[in-house]
Design a protein around this ligand. Structure first.
Ligand code: SF4
Ligand code: FES
Length: 247
């Protein structure tokens, strides 16, 4: 009888995770705390944070929900780069050195890795991120759209509102009033939708001094986006539409 291969055991190893901690009740500012964590090569940074929380320090505070790159709640700075903890495999990082984890920048720090997302969502709401149509579809019919028209805004439909782009933007760090890349991405999604009738209104909103013209095209946003959205390109397309006064 032919022998069947047995899968080799997955080896565990220890990494050093240095996490930025902040307790608003006792700390004036954030401080680094080091943890040694035993992980597997298949683990993600989110798994390591869970291990710390469940086995070493239950007070460690961070957001997460889906754990699979869908909900956008666990964006954080990992080794100085904005990423989703649930999409960052530990084996893809340099584990010969400590791994630094801290909250995303530019939004008010609430506790440990959690920031107040309200200013981010306020900017998102301002661009009216929903379909506004003046006419009703024919009775019993859907609003039709060609494949070509749908493709124009396909990329920006992928946003999961994780804020990795906005909080990697140096303009947003220095001017918290700037709408930020994510709000512009979500405006783009409707500005270029052939079924929508409020593109002009959104373009006027984004022609504000805190709108698209604050973008300095540093590409941090495109590099940070875990969904691979070409954020800088979307902002450029909105800028061109503002100049034209139409999509
Ligand atoms: S554009 Fe990308 S980085 Fe920005 S909020 Fe959406 S998914 Fe996150
Ligand atoms: S936990 Fe939902 S995207 Fe990471």
């Amino acid at each position: 009888m032919a022998k069947t291969a047995t899968p080799s055991a997955v080896q565990a190893f220890t990494i050093q995770l240095i996490v930025s901690r902040f307790n608003p009740e006792t700390d004036e500012e954030s401080r680094w705390e080091s943890f040694d964590v035993e992980v597997f090569s298949t683990d993600r940074v989110l798994d390591a944070l869970h291990k710390i929380k469940w086995e070493q320090d239950g007070s460690l505070t961070f957001r997460r929900s889906c754990a699979h790159g869908v909900c956008g709640s666990d964006a954080m700075r990992i080794n100085g780069r904005n990423r989703l903890a649930c999409k960052t495999l530990i084996k893809d990082l340099d584990i010969t050195k400590p791994i630094y984890v801290e909250a995303i920048k530019g939004l008010p720090l609430e506790k440990d890795l959690i920031v107040d997302m309200e200013p981010f969502f306020a900017a998102y709401r301002e661009v009216k991120p929903f379909l506004i149509a003046n006419s009703k579809p024919e009775k019993g019919k859907e609003r039709l759209q060609s494949i070509e028209n749908r493709e124009i805004f396909d990329d920006t439909t992928k946003c999961i509102l994780c804020a990795a782009c906005t909080t990697s933007c140096p303009v947003f760090w220095t001017d918290g009033q700037y709408f930020g890349p994510a709000a512009i991405v979500n405006a783009h999604r409707f500005i270029f939708d052939s079924r929508d009738d409020s593109a002009k209104e959104r373009l006027e909103i984004l022609n504000d001094k805190e709108g698209v013209w604050r973008c300095r095209t540093t590409f941090n946003c495109s590099e940070a986006c875990p969904r691979g959205i070409q954020v800088t390109q979307a902002i450029s397309e909105v800028k061109a539409a503002v100049l034209r006064g139409r999509p």
